[in-house]
Design a protein around this ligand. Structure first.
Ligand SMILES: NC(=O)c1ccc[n+]([C@@H]2O[C@H](COP(=O)([O-])OP(=O)(O)OC[C@H]3O[C@@H](n4cnc5c(N)ncnc54)[C@H](OP(=O)(O)O)[C@@H]3O)[C@@H](O)[C@H]2O)c1
Length: 330
């Protein structure tokens, strides 16, 4: 595939928002590579998805050391696309990776020690072929490692020129606040906290949204489509090749209960009244929170990404619609 990016890519429907108090703008819809970019996936479709994203103003791509499967292959495949189709566009891209989940055997291949974090970023740079990441995250809080040790590793990655900014993901709010303070005191303010947030999973409303707001840290949401549940795809069946049909175990058939389906059905009707797909209403609902800089979507096909980007045509909710959503969610 030979690709030349669209010349109008920044006038093609994308909007940008600032990450907290920083100078960095990211697209309100970002693309995540947790699924669909591993060696088990169709590389040419992965390539088309990345190119479609870039053509429509998506500058932010989110990966992690363990994405695949097998782990590491999403970084390798993304690196191939970067170094072919997107070569020459590095300064237009904002690329994040992370370390925190199991990546290699033995005591140093997981969690939050300095030993693991420093080796991880080196491995991720090698796999992607990048000289630096724009953002590197601690992927999860490790209660058995002093917070200062994990945070100092992030600070040192920036000092070493391996990352421009740092972030955290999936931290409880009370620990996140201490992380923000440590990083700020060491001249490496936290850029983003990456948290799960959707109509079906709302824990961030209990602390992390406020903590980000107070500390001037941006919040970036993931799994806002609940891995596909908050779309119309599971309304009548479990389609072949859908995430729930695959044996990855991340979205299990058992999660698609009659109760969940009833909510989805009602949300789908409300979305239709707004002239949106359910996916679009679910993403717009997350983006209504002003602290949220961006929502990272996953996509297994270009058509899904196209649908998700068009969310930005209608981000407004009337008080009546918001109340209806609350009633449906119970
Ligand atoms: N920090 C963390 O711990 C963490 C954890 C999870 C995710 N993330 C990040 O967030 C990203 C997104 O996570 P996610 O994949 O769980 O997000 P998601 O956006 O909730 O789900 C994406 C999946 O939903 C389906 N889909 C997407 N758009 C659709 C549409 N318009 N219509 C119908 N189906 C649609 C596709 O599944 P099918 O395969 O069924 O087509 C797609 O793979 C990840 O790639 C990663 O970068 C971070």
């Amino acid at each position: 595939m030979t690709y030349t990016p669209h010349s109008n890519r920044y006038n093609n429907g994308m909007q940008y928002a600032r990450c907290g108090n920083s100078g960095v703008l990211i697209p309100r819809i970002s693309l995540g590579l947790w699924h669909n970019f591993g060696d088990v996936d169709d590389f040419s479709e992965s390539e088309r998805i990345i190119c479609y994203a870039f053509d429509h103003g998506i500058t932010h791509f989110d990966i992690a050391n363990n994405y695949g499967p097998p782990p590491g292959t999403a970084e390798i495949n993304f690196g191939k696309i970067l170094n072919t189709q997107l070569s020459g566009y590095r300064d237009e891209l904002f690329i994040s990776s992370k370390a925190g989940y199991t990546m290699w055997q033995g005591p140093y291949g997981d969690h939050g020690s300095r030993k693991y974090m420093m080796a991880s970023i080196d491995q991720s740079l090698k796999r992607t072929g990048l000289a630096y990441f724009d953002l590197f995250y601690s992927h999860r809080y490790d209660p058995n490692t002093p917070l200062e040790e994990t945070m100092q590793a992030l600070v040192d990655m920036v000092k070493q020129g391996k990352a421009l900014y740092v972030g955290i993901s999936n931290y409880p709010a009370e620990v996140a606040v201490r992380a923000y303070a440590y990083l700020a005191a060491n001249q490496t303010p936290c850029l983003l906290h990456q948290c799960k947030y959707s109509m079906l999973v709302r824990n961030v409303e209990e602390g992390n949204i406020n903590a980000c707001e107070k500390s001037g840290v941006g919040l970036i949401a993931f799994s806002s489509l609940a891995q596909g549940l908050l779309t119309n795809k599971y309304l009548h069946e479990i389609p072949q090749n859908s995430r729930a049909a695959k044996a990855t175990g991340f979205l299990q058939k058992e999660q698609i209960t009659a109760e969940v389906l009833q909510k989805i059905e009602q949300l789908n009707k409300l979305a239709a009244l707004r002239n949106q797909s359910l996916a679009q209403m679910a993403l717009a609902w997350v983006l209504r929170e002003k602290t949220i800089s961006s929502v990272i979507v996953g996509a297994s096909a270009v058509s899904q990404l196209q649908n998700n980007i068009a969310t930005l045509n209608n981000l407004d909710f009337s008080p009546t619609e918001l109340a209806q959503i609350e009633r449906i969610l119970g």
